[in-house]
Design a protein around this ligand. Structure first.
Ligand code: HEM
Length: 405
């Protein structure tokens, strides 16, 4: 059998796709000592763990993976408790709340960032735009003071470092726990005040939400807001950077999208398949489970490689090619992510913010293409993906001819 590079090696970090192929084809179930988990990489296995039709998996692993930095969030809940929490928060991220309250917030925050570089003819789409836009949107949706946005960014950076700390650096772990305390000190008084003066913002919606007589405590709301930093910030940040990188690397597809903006949802779906922001998600087995390649015992961690599953040749034709016109994408105008790829997971914890992410990417793409019709990569620059747990280009310098407006 071929040697599989360790998922914590620098070779893997530089380019995990060859290793993903070896794992899918000849080692679909491997024990990984450093993360003390079984790794699965085939589409059918990752899909099966996420869907969990037989009730064989829990998210108990999040008690140590995310609780130290976020507290108890929706991700750790299960059963009826999870269903109620989902019903409490989900309406804020779809339908009229999304269209009427938050779309204007998205449009305004995107425009403000583009205005900082639109007249200059050059920008770094990662540092000037993608890393700022989704976090600004969340802070603004929550109705937080604009002066506090820089602190929000600092916490964001420390939270995502904590979550990506697969090798367990103690300094990063300590920073994450400090952030949890600072964030609580900041958010809890705001939540208490907001309960007495409800407005149109997301925080007010969360304070007022009630399902079957259940409401969220101040601590629940604080933990949810903290989760949004990573779940809604880093993911969408990387999705925007990657959709641009993919299109800039495929100028014919970029030209097609520029001419026909109704292709943006397809470009987004193909980006999430080809270069998903989150490459791995863990679960814990509740029982003994049979997967491709063998049986795993109860009570162990399972690392699901979304990045590998999304390029499984058993599921997608020519999987290593970026092609927004590919036939195995069902996305046209409707939102059908669950059928297209595993980037938002599946089942109970399927991303609650998928429609919000889609609205952000569509708005961002449209505004950026309007402001930079002839956008191209800076001369001699090739985008490079970085990261293991989450991945995306760290820098994306572009040039364009400024247009009036
Ligand atoms: C859950 C990915 C955007 C909020 C998830 C999960 C994934 C994911 C893989 C499942 C985690 C698990 O099963 O353990 C993404 C990607 C995004 C994105 C790739 C962008 C392209 C957003 C946004 C928000 C958000 C914009 C909110 C503002 C959440 C929440 C959950 C979640 C709250 C937990 C749901 C639950 O436990 O029921 N997301 N996400 N996400 N996402 Fe997203």
């Amino acid at each position: 059998a071929q040697q599989v590079p360790d998922i914590l090696s620098s070779e893997f970090a530089a380019n995990p796709y060859p290793a993903y192929r070896v794992m899918r084809e000849s080692a679909p179930l491997i024990w990984h000592e450093a993360t003390r988990s079984y790794i699965v990489s085939r589409y059918e296995d990752v899909e099966r763990v996420f869907k969990d039709k037989a009730g064989q998996f829990t998210t108990d692993n999040y008690d140590w993976q995310i609780e130290p930095v976020h507290g108890k969030t929706i991700l750790q809940l299960s059963g009826r408790e999870h269903a109620v929490r989902r019903a409490l928060v989900a309406p804020a991220f779809r339908g009229s709340d999304l269209q009427e309250k938050f779309l204007p917030v998205i449009e305004r925050n995107s425009r403000e960032l583009i205005d900082t570089f639109r007249h200059t003819g050059s920008a770094d789409l990662v540092t000037d735009y993608a890393t700022r836009f989704p976090v600004n949107v969340i802070a603004d949706m929550l109705g937080l003071d604009k002066a506090d946005h820089p602190r929000f960014h600092q916490w964001y950076t420390s939270v995502i470092a904590f979550l990506g700390n697969l090798s367990g650096d103690p300094q990063v772990a300590a920073d994450g726990e400090r952030t949890r305390h600072e964030f609580a000190e900041y958010m809890l008084p705001i939540i208490r005040r907001r309960r007495n003066e409800l407005g149109e913002d997301l925080l007010s919606t969360l304070c007022a939400a009630e399902v079957d007589g259940v409401r969220m405590s101040d601590e629940d709301i604080k933990a949810f807001c903290s989760l949004l930093l990573a779940a809604g910030g880093e993911t969408t940040d990387k999705a925007i950077a990657s959709i641009f990188a993919n299109l800039l690397m495929h100028p014919d597809q970029l030209a097609a999208v520029r001419e026909d903006r109704s292709l943006i949802p397809r470009a987004f779906a193909e980006t999430l398949r080809y270069t998903p922001p989150v490459h791995m998600i863990m679960r814990q087995s509740a029982t003994e489970v049979e997967l491709s390649g063998g049986t795993i015992p109860a009570g162990v961690t399972v690392t699901c490689l979304i990045g590998a599953a999304n390029r499984d040749g058993e599921r997608y034709a020519d999987p290593d090619r970026f092609d927004l016109f590919r036939e195995d994408l069902t996305t046209t105008t409707a939102f059908s992510a669950a059928a297209d790829h595993l980037a938002f997971a599946l089942g109970r914890h399927f991303c609650v913010g998928a429609l919000l992410a889609k609205a952000e990417v569509e708005t961002g793409m449209n505004q950026l293409l309007d402001a930079m019709p002839d956008v191209r990569l800076a001369e001699g620059f090739d985008p490079v993906e970085q990261g293991v747990f989450t991945r995306g280009p760290q820098t994306l310098p572009v040039r364009f001819t400024p247009v009036a407006g």
